[in-house]
Design a protein around this ligand. Sequence first.
Ligand SMILES: Cc1cc2nc3c(=O)[nH]c(=O)nc-3n(C[C@H](O)[C@H](O)[C@H](O)COP(=O)(O)O)c2cc1C
Length: 197
Amino acid sequence: MMNETMQTILHRRAIRRFDERQIDEELLQQILQAGLYAPSAGGKQGVIFAVCQDREVNERLGKIKRANSNPHMATAKNYVSKEQPSIADDPGLVNAFYDAPTVITMFAPKNFLFSADDCAVAAENMMLAADSLGIGSCYIGQGWTAFADSYGQEILRKWEIRTDYYAVMQLLLGYPKADDKHPAAKARKNDRILRFS
Ligand SMILES: Cc1cc2nc3c(=O)[nH]c(=O)nc-3n(C[C@H](O)[C@H](O)[C@H](O)COP(=O)(O)O)c2cc1C
C-alpha cells in the first residue's frame, strides 16, 4: 500500500492549461509554506519567492520569455506533452507562462554555487503541495529570460529585487482546466537505476 506522499509524487504532472479563476489564498499560503520549509544549502534560506497575481504583468513577462526562448520544436515521436502542450509542442503558444493566474518567480544570489539547487528543491516541495491540494503547477526554467528587456527590468525595480540576485525559475500555479483529464506520466526509463552490493 502506498502512503499519501508516495501517491502525490506519482500523481503530480506538469499542468499548462489553466482555469481562469485565481487560486484560493489559503491554499497559496500552504504552497508557500512548503517552499519555506524546503531544504537549502547550508541552511541559508536564500531563495526569494516573488508571487505575482497581476494578470497583465504575468502576461507581459510570459510573452517576453516566449520571445526569448528557442526550444527544439517537438516532433511526432519526440514531444513534451500531448495533453498539456508546451511552447516546444505548439508554436501557437505566445505566452511561456500559459496564462497561469499565479506566477512565482524564485530569485537567489548570483554568486552562490547552490542557487539553482535551492530553487529546484523548493519548487518540488511546492509542486507536490500544490498537487495534494488540487492545484496544477509547472516548473519554468531559465527564469531570467522573462526579464530580458526594458519592461522586465522595470518590474525588477518595482519589486525591489536586489541587484545581486537573479531570477532562477518560475513556478506556475492554477486550477487545471475543468474538462481536462489529468495527464498520464510518460513511461519511466527504469534502467537509470544502478545497484551495487
Ligand atoms: C529544470 C526544468 C525546467 C523546465 N522548464 C520548462 C519550461 O520552460 N516550460 C515548460 O513548459 N515546462 C518546463 N518544465 C516542465 C517539464 O517539461 C516537465 O516536468 C516534463 O515534461 C515532465 O512532465 P511531468 O512534470 O508531467 O512529469 C521544466 C522542468 C524542469 C525540471
